[in-house]
Design a protein. Structure first.
Length: 277
């Protein structure tokens, strides 16, 4: 497993998808900052400072950016092996498809933490360049752990999506669309049991984020129910990994054309073969 992770990080310098992730994390605080500039006066935040920007960025990351980007990048890491036709070589090392998939997901988990740290740093940079005030130690004490915790929780939430869409080549884009739709639905789960177990709402609950001013919730979510929900996500992912199998064409078990010993014959060759019988 360690060698898979190390090798994957060595290969990442060729992956332009990481640039998309970095730009996406920049777009999140920029969107929150400029929305305060163009919104009507009655909807503007009265004291929009750096702590407020961090909170707004956490909300944007939880709802859209992290689910989409984590699913996109995680799925791409697996799909790249299909595109480059290198998966069949990896599986003959020998590395099982389950171990291969688990290694890719572990790499994405480490990237999620790094993206959380990066997002926090970019948010502070946007705030400083935008002339926002009130940058103090409490921003680091509260904001940085929340951003990292959110990235870990969102990663756990989208793990089943990444795993399912990685079992077949080219499906990681579909996973990103699913992650976007399910992340946006956090707006509709405001009260009761669904709010306490809906994975994206749970991610915010687990980091102690107050969603009252963002989605109109009242009161805090249940941490025990939230932990159980994330545990179920991990369990589903484990089952998906254990039951996963490499695509048949990777091992060369695809359907063979009719002909002697599985060799495809041209029409003229088939006529000669029939004549010789």
């Amino acid at each position: 497993m360690r060698s898979i992770i190390k090798t994957e990080f060595l290969k990442m310098k060729r992956y332009h998808i990481l640039l998309i992730g970095l730009l996406g994390m920049v777009c999140s605080p920029l969107l929150q900052f400029y929305s305060q500039l163009v919104v009507n006066e009655e909807f503007k935040c009265a004291n929009f400072d750096i702590p407020a920007l961090v909170e707004n960025t956490i909300w944007g990351n939880a709802q859209i950016f992290m689910p989409v980007l984590f699913t996109l990048i995680g799925g791409y890491l697996v799909n790249r092996e299909y595109m480059d036709d290198t998966l069949k070589n990896i599986l003959t090392v020998p590395v099982s498809f389950r171990k291969f998939l688990a290694g890719k997901l572990a790499v994405m988990g480490l990237l999620a933490v790094l993206f959380g740290i990066y997002s926090f740093a970019v948010t502070l940079a946007v705030g400083l360049f935008g002339g926002l005030s009130n940058l103090n130690l409490s921003v680091f004490i509260k904001g940085l752990p929340q951003m990292i915790g959110l990235s870990v929780c969102i990663y756990i939430v989208v793990l089943p999506i990444i795993t399912v869409c990685s079992r077949k080549p080219g499906h990681f884009m579909v996973g990103s669309v699913i992650a976007f739709l399910t992340g946006y639905c956090v707006l509709f789960f405001k009260e009761g049991l669904l709010r306490n177990i809906y994975p994206y709402s749970v991610a915010l609950t687990m980091i102690g984020f107050d969603t009252a001013s963002y989605s109109g919730t009242s009161g805090k979510g249940s941490v025990p129910l939230g932990a159980a929900s994330l545990g179920i996500m991990l369990l589903i992912t484990a089952v998906l990994i254990v039951t996963s199998k490499a695509p048949g064409d990777v091992h060369g078990h695809g359907k063979k054309s009719s002909g002697k010993k599985g060799i495809t014959l041209r029409a003229a060759q088939r006529e000669k073969s029939k004549a010789g019988r």
